[in-house]
Design a protein around this ligand. Structure first.
Ligand SMILES: [Zn+2]
Length: 461
């Protein structure tokens, strides 16, 4: 920014033009705005849990009413203002809907409208009804000043939840609250989310930081490997061996004992379900079994995300330029099966649950690397993917059969004969493509962030 301003001054432009050219994005030169979410666990009494549960059910019911109303109307009658009026009317007339604070009801409308916008702009399918047992329970608190966050102990903070009151939460991060809050550093809102561990609060945090110095570290190519989770082009690997008690299983993040428990619970649930007559309600015992399965899976996911955070932070600290494959993740999942006329390739490998979990994990890794690279002054580049796992990284030839197995690559070119780890080979190819100038999208560290279509639906804020 400072550079751009000095060049206009050198060209001798009138001061009015200079003023117009001055960027208005950052509040102060040399400062970078950072927006992120922070999740904290809430300590609630059973009565408070019931209150928030009721709010979440009301929010879900409001979504369903809204969806019913919206899809029933003629197209020219649909508008945000009409929806807003309908919600106000419904809150007056339907008693149980009033347990939801007015602000949270507005947030439901905002999210619903954003869902349609995502659909119109080709990022997502149209919104649907939300089923009671398949929906993540959540309530939005859109205004940060309602929260009144204070720190009461080294490990505990207090937050106000509308219509519930003051609630304690685990203080695990230095939040810009109370005396520490100002125009640049503040909490802009929150969302209550229920998962297998109970209710959490997810704060929307906005902070200002000094712009990082450009990262002088080396360049690196990264491949999401099959035999190793993350293979780097300089030969380093990032694995999570301590959890790999049995390889290539979706629950590889659990210990052997936990896996055995999970299997037993899944068997018990399947058995109970098989004995259930048609139309009979799910028993309390079966629901308790489902809850235990969900909590074990949530534990595995937390371990996976923790590992990803540690690994991506280390990579972003070490390397200045990070190059990854530009994978069209959603396309890969949907196209695996193909049609009758044109059956998809590798259906067996792709259709597995594992595969989709791995892809979800890879997408999350790239997201983390993107913002962490920007934080440490590095840059993340994406290069076109085809052929990186088949080509030899030493001689550049693609000869069928060079990739001997999932793990071993042995070049069939008689003049080369390079042999090594297949994932490592792919990572070297990815870095090579970047050095050839084939980078597609500068995903971080530049002024303009272009997002590929059909990647991730935007969420309403
Ligand atoms: Zn070769």
């Amino acid at each position: 920014m400072a550079i751009r301003r000095s060049t206009t001054a050198e060209q001798g432009l009138p001061s009015a033009v200079q003023l117009r050219l001055a960027p208005t994005l950052a509040p102060q030169p040399g400062l970078q705005e950072r927006k992120f979410g922070h999740r904290a666990r809430l300590a609630l009494t059973p009565a408070q849990i019931r209150l928030i549960d009721e709010q979440a059910h009301a929010a879900r019911a409001l979504w369903n009413l809204l969806h019913d109303w919206w899809t029933m109307l003629a197209k020219h009658q649909r508008s945000l203002a009409a929806a807003d009026a309908a919600i106000r009317q419904a809150r007056k007339e339907i008693e149980w809907l009033a347990v939801l604070p007015a602000q949270a009801a507005q947030a439901v409308l905002k999210t619903y409208y954003q869902a349609w916008k995502n659909c119109w702009e080709g990022r997502a399918h149209p919104p649907t009804f939300k089923a009671r047992f398949h929906t993540v329970m959540s309530v939005d608190i859109p205004q940060g000043r309602d929260l009144q966050i204070t720190r009461v102990h080294r490990r505990w903070g207090m937050v106000t939840i509308p219509k519930v009151g003051r609630v304690r939460f685990r203080w695990t991060k230095d939040l810009p609250a109370g005396a520490k809050a100002d125009a640049g550093n503040r909490i802009t809102g929150a969302r209550l989310v229920k998962d297998a561990l109970g209710w959490h609060v997810a704060f929307r945090v906005q902070t200002l930081h000094p712009m990082p110095e450009p990262h002088q570290g080396p360049q690196v190519g990264i491949d999401a490997g099959v035999s190793v989770p993350l293979a780097l082009s300089d030969g380093n690997h990032h694995t999570h061996e301590q959890w790999r008690s049995t390889c290539d299983k979706s629950n590889a993040w659990l210990t052997g004992r936990e896996q055995a428990t999970l299997l037993a619970l899944e068997r018990r649930a399947a058995h109970r379900k098989s004995l259930r007559k048609q139309g009979e309600r799910t028993s309390h015992r079966l629901r308790a079994t489902y809850d235990r399965i969900a909590s074990l899976r949530a534990r595995a996911k937390r371990r996976a995300i923790d590992w990803q955070h540690q690994t991506t932070t280390e990579i972003a600290r070490t390397y200045g330029v990070i190059v990854v494959e530009d994978l069209a993740i959603t396309n890969m999942v949907t196209s695996a099966k193909g049609t009758v006329e044109a059956p998809g390739k590798n259906v067996a490998q792709k259709s597995g649950l594992n595969r989709s979990i791995n892809q979800e994990a890879w997408g999350r890794t790239v997201t983390m690397l993107t913002y962490k690279a920007a934080r440490y002054g590095g840059v993340l580049h994406k290069v076109p993917a085809p052929g990186t796992s088949q080509r030899c990284s030493a001689c550049g030839f693609t000869i069928p059969g060079s990739r001997q197995s999932q793990a071993v690559f042995a070049c069939k070119n008689p003049g080369c004969g390079w042999r090594g780890n297949a994932d490592h080979n792919a990572a070297r190819n990815i870095l090579h493509l970047y050095r050839m100038g084939l980078a597609l999208v500068p995903a971080a560290g530049r002024a303009v962030v272009r997002r590929a279509r059909r990647v991730k639906p935007a969420t309403a804020r």
